[in-house]
Design a protein around this ligand. Sequence first.
Ligand SMILES: N[C@@H](CCC(=O)N[C@@H](CS)C(=O)NCC(=O)O)C(=O)O
Length: 282
Amino acid sequence: MLVLYDNPASVAAQRVRLVLAEKGLEWHTVTVDLRDGSALRPDYLALNPDGVVPTLVDDGGPIVESSVICEYLDDLVPAPTLRPPTAHGRARMRAWMRRIDDDVHRATGNVSMAVYIRHAHLARPQAERDAHFAAMPDRDRAARQQAAIAHGLDAPAFAPSLHALARLVDDVDRTLARGGLGAWLAGDEFGLADIAVAPYLTRMAMLGLSPLWARGRRSAAADWWARVRSRESWQRAVRDAFPTAATSVMRERGEAAWPRIAAILALDPARPAAREDDCFAT
Ligand SMILES: N[C@@H](CCC(=O)N[C@@H](CS)C(=O)NCC(=O)O)C(=O)O
């Protein structure tokens, strides 16, 4: 049995869940609390030295890094394949995955921390918070998170991170609008490139950033996003797995941050109708 160390809100873990669901695999979930120090205890660090989710444990031992896990699962169970058939298609797929791993994931973490996660940290005593970050092996992550908690929307990384997310939507839109390469990001079939990007648009939508692709703006990206949401895998592994309480916190905090976000991204400050903005509305 595959065991996935997971957290329902984790974008990186959503990628792995999407692959598992697309492949029709069964797995056992171990939920890791990311705020109470569970991920930083020696037993979990022995599986995942950065103290993050996801970690997949299979017969051969632990596998970390969501991109690596996704490719591992596609190797393990070759049909239906989630990788394009041609070398060119695979190169495009890997470029999307690298983009997420090297850039978009960090930007999403910075934005999420500044907009909503920081409030949960601020509700804890300072000493507890300091101990949490002192135990974090990835010192860059600890410094970024502490800056976002301290400064919120004024943290130096906030505006550049928002721009990185807007650029991702631009590139999704341009790739699909250009046509000629297929209906999905790396070819004719839905696959690992789409799976890499989907959780990040989900997060953006949940935080109220859908004006980036709504109201006729970036319509190829909007169309791709609608097709992603219509897939059973996304509905089961992302939408239905998400805790309802977290959804409302994200929506409320996203709304509070909206005027600032709109100003940074030069978007119309008028909010779209709540339902239009709600990626979990069916
Ligand atoms: N590069 C890693 C990133 C994993 C990662 O950052 N996971 C987040 C959740 S999306 C996490 O566990 N964060 C815990 C923390 O920052 O303390 C991957 O893709 O697996």
